[in-house]
Ligand binder design. Sequence first.
Ligand code: IPE
Ligand code: IPE
Ligand code: MG
Length: 246
Amino acid sequence: MIPLDLNPEKMPQHVAVIMDGNGRWATSRGLPRIAGHRQGASTLKQLLRCCKDWGIKALTAYAFSTENWQRPIEEVDFLMLLFERLLRHELEQMHREGVRISFIGDLSALPASLQAEIERSMTETLHNQAIHFTVAVNYGSRNEITRACRQIAQLVEQGKISAEAINDSLIEQNLYTADTPAPDLLIRTSGEMRLSNFLLWQMAYTEMYFTDILWPDFDREVFHQALLSYQKRDRRFGQVKALLSA
Ligand code: IPE
Ligand code: IPE
Ligand code: MG
């Protein structure tokens, strides 16, 4: 049930989350950082279900950035194993619930066994329609935009298109997120107020919500607060409000 103070007609279609604060959550409890990641995974599962219940059509979660390889090897290894284990254990139920799962990022650098699970999950759920769940792994916006430039430059080099034919939509088609609408709302937890190389192009007009809550503590109530804040905003897209509503 959608909380009564939320307007079902003004729900964001697409929510993106930067799941931050797992390490601090664990450290503050005297636990190893990986315990925070484990708890964080369960938070994400609950958020996905909540989005589905409340009629949100797409959820994108930042799980591992191109910069996160610089963390201690044990932590990186644990995260890769966690992603693989989650896919193995949760895929069947997600599929049953109509979740379409996608991954964005440079997947070629991931362990082969994880790549195989990713491939399987994307193929199996391709036609599901309840919610589109995208996980960003080894994702970085700069890398994504550079890759798009290279692909387009090749088309020009091969004489397939002219330089004048390059426009916003062609660039968009060459991003990992091709054919998916931009996020309406971005939520970042743990009090950090930065994008950390996440969806820079796509979030040109996304509404942002920052909370001090650490990711493992993010629950329906905090999400509810984020949605209330979102519904109070005027999304003007550079226009004048009176014209927009006319
Ligand atoms: C976010 O939590 C999860 C990943 C980046 C994989 P962190 O691991 O960044 O937690 P903090 O920011 O160190 O507390
Ligand atoms: C951003 O969190 C990446 C993910 C949540 C996967 P980080 O913890 O890596 O970001 P910084 O280092 O604080 O900017
Ligand atoms: Mg962090």
